[in-house]
Design a protein around this ligand. Structure first.
Ligand code: MEV
Length: 442
C-alpha cells in the first residue's frame, strides 16, 4: 500500500532508498540490490550524478552508440547517439554510408534568434501603455547590464523588445516579446534572467509614469519565461544526387525508388496520422544526439512539433523533390542547442560526445543534429517503401527477446541462424528457445 511521507527530500540517500524499498517492494533486499547495481563505484562521479537532480536513488542507463561515416559539408563525423530503441543507430549508420558515396549531407544555419516573453496584465489605455514602453525600453535593456555584459562581449545579447497587445484574446493581457542571440549557449538561464529583470524594471517604472492613472500604474506581471518555440532558430540539412545513383541493386530502379520515396513524403505532408509517425522517425535521430550532447530534448521536441504544425495542420518535417533528374531530400528544423553551459561542462560522457564531434559550436551542433534527423527519416522511408521495416527491425528485436530470456552465447548463435530464414515474432522466439533448451537437456 502506498503511503505519504513528510520531509522525504531531507532524508539521506540511503534512508530514501530504505523508505522506497520497504514501502513498495515485496522483496526489499532484491530491489535495493538492483538500485545498487546501477550506482557508480567512483564516489565522485556518483555524487556528480546525484546532484544533477533531487531525490536521486540511482542512475538510469541508456546505451550510447555511435554512427560513423557522416560526411557533412565535406567534413567527416562519427555521431554519438543515446537511445534505447534497436535499429536506430544501425539505420543512421546505413544512411550515412549511403550518402557518403553520393556527396554527403549539405547543411546551413538559417537563423539563431531565440524568444522570451514577459506576460502581464494592464488595465488601461493602450496608447498610454505604448508611450510608457517607448520611454522605458532603453532602461529595460540598461538594467540587464550585469546579466548581459559577458554575452555582449562575445557578440550576443538582447536583440530587441516589442510590446504586444493580446487583449483581444484575453482581457487586459499584453506581452513584452523579446528576442535574443545566445551564441553557443542554449540560453535558457540567460534569457530567463533578462526577462525577470525586464519585469521588475517595467513594474517599478510604471509606478512613476506620470500619464498613468492610479489603476494603470498597477501592472500585474503574470510570468516571465523563454519560449521553446524557436521558428527563427532554424537549420537546413539536405542530400541530393542524380536519380539513377539512388539504385543500389537491380531490384528497383533509381527513378522508381525516388518516385515512391517522394510519394511517402507527400503523404506525410498532407496526412497528420502519417506525419506524426514520420516525424517520430526524424526525432529518433534528433533526440538521440540531443541527449548524447547534454541538451534538453523536451525543449527540442516541443519546439519541433509546434513548428511542424505552424501552418495550422500537423505536417512532415522533411520534403523531397526531383528537378532536372536530381533527387533532393531536405529538412528545415528549429533547434535551440548549446555546446557550453548546462550539462555540457559537467557530464563526463557529454564532454566526450562533444569531443567526438570535434568540439562543435552550437551552430555546428544544430547542423549535425538536423543531419541525424534527416538520415533517420531517409533510412525509415527507404525501408518502408521497399522491404518494409519489420524484417530488419525484428532481427534486431530478436536479440532483445533473447536477452530477456537470458539466452547464452551458443543459444544466441543457434537462434540467430534459425531466424535468418524464419519470421521473428515473440512467440516464435520463445518456442524456438524452449525447444533448443529441451533438446540440449536430452
Ligand atoms: C520507429 O521508431 C520509427 C518509424 O515508425 C518511422 C516511420 O514510420 O517513418 C519507422
Amino acid at each position: 500500500m502506498s503511503k505519504t511521507i513528510a520531509g522525504f527530500s531531507k532524508l539521506s540517500k540511503s534512508k530514501k532508498i530504505d523508505w522506497i524499498v520497504d514501502t513498495y517492494f515485496s522483496d526489499a533486499e532484491d530491489a535495493k540490490e538492483i538500485l545498487k547495481q546501477y550506482w557508480n563505484s567512483n564516489i565522485k562521479l556518483q555524487q556528480l550524478h546525484d546532484e544533477f537532480i533531487e531525490n536521486t536513488i540511482t542512475n538510469y542507463y541508456l546505451p550510447l552508440g555511435v554512427a560513423p561515416n557522416f560526411l557533412i559539408n565535406n567534413k567527416l563525423y562519427t555521431i554519438p547517439m543515446a537511445i534505447e530503441e534497436s535499429s536506430v543507430v544501425a539505420a543512421a549508420s546505413k544512411a550515412a554510408k549511403f550518402w557518403l558515396e553520393r556527396g554527403g549531407f549539405k547543411t546551413k544555419v538559417i537563423a539563431t534568434t531565440k524568444i522570451g516573453q514577459v506576460h502581464f496584465i494592464y488595465q488601461g489605455n493602450f496608447e498610454k501603455l505604448k508611450q510608457f514602453f517607448t520611454q522605458v525600453k532603453s532602461k529595460l535593456i540598461d538594467d540587464t547590464e550585469a546579466i548581459t555584459r559577458n554575452m555582449k562581449k562575445r557578440g550576443g545579447g538582447i536583440i530587441d523588445i516589442e510590446l504586444r497587445d493580446k487583449s483581444s484574446s484575453i482581457n487586459n493581457y499584453y506581452q513584452l516579446h523579446a528576442s535574443f542571440e545566445t551564441l553557443d549557449a542554449m540560453g535558457a538561464n540567460f534569457i530567463n534572467s533578462c526577462l525577470e529583470q525586464f519585469a521588475k524594471t517595467f513594474k517599478q517604472e510604471a509606478l512613476q509614469f506620470a500619464l498613468f492613472s492610479k489603476e494603470e500604474k498597477q501592472i500585474d506581471i503574470v510570468m516571465s519565461i523563454l519560449s521553446n518555440y524557436v521558428p527563427d532558430c532554424l537549420v537546413r540539412a539536405e542530400v541530393s544526387c542524380p536519380i539513377e545513383d539512388l539504385s543500389e541493386n537491380d531490384t528497383i530502379s533509381g527513378e522508381d525508388f525516388a518516385n515512391k520515396f517522394i510519394q511517402a513524403v507527400n503523404i506525410a505532408e498532407i496526412e497528420p496520422y502519417r506525419a506524426v509517425t514520420h516525424n517520430k522517425g526524424v526525432m529518433n535521430g534528433i533526440d538521440a544526439v540531443v541527449l548524447a550532447t547534454g541538451n534538453d530534448f523536451r525543449a527540442v521536441e516541443a519546439g519541433v512539433h509546434a513548428y511542424a504544425a505552424r501552418n495550422g495542420s500537423y505536417s512532415s518535417l522533411t520534403h523531397a523533390k526531383i528537378e532536372n533528374g536530381i533527387f533532393t531530400f531536405w529538412t528545415e528544423l528549429p533547434l535551440a542547442l548549446g555546446t557550453v553551459g548546462g550539462l555540457t561542462g559537467l557530464h563526463p560522457l557529454v564532454k566526450l560526445a562533444l569531443e567526438l564531434l570535434h568540439k562543435p559550436s552550437a551552430k555546428e551542433l544544430m547542423q549535425i543534429v538536423a543531419v541525424a534527423g534527416l538520415a533517420q527519416n531517409f533510412a525509415a522511408l527507404r525501408s518502408l517503401t521497399t522491404t518494409g521495416i519489420q524484417q530488419g527491425h525484428m532481427k534486431m528485436h530478436l536479440m532483445n527477446i533473447l536477452n530477456q530470456f537470458e539466452a547464452n552465447d551458443d543459444e544466441k548463435l543457434a537462434l540467430t541462424e534459425h531466424f535468418k530464414t524464419n519470421p521473428v515474432t515473440h512467440s516464435a522466439v520463445t518456442e524456438a528457445l524452449t525447444k533448443l533448451r529441451s533438446n540440449s537437456e536430452k
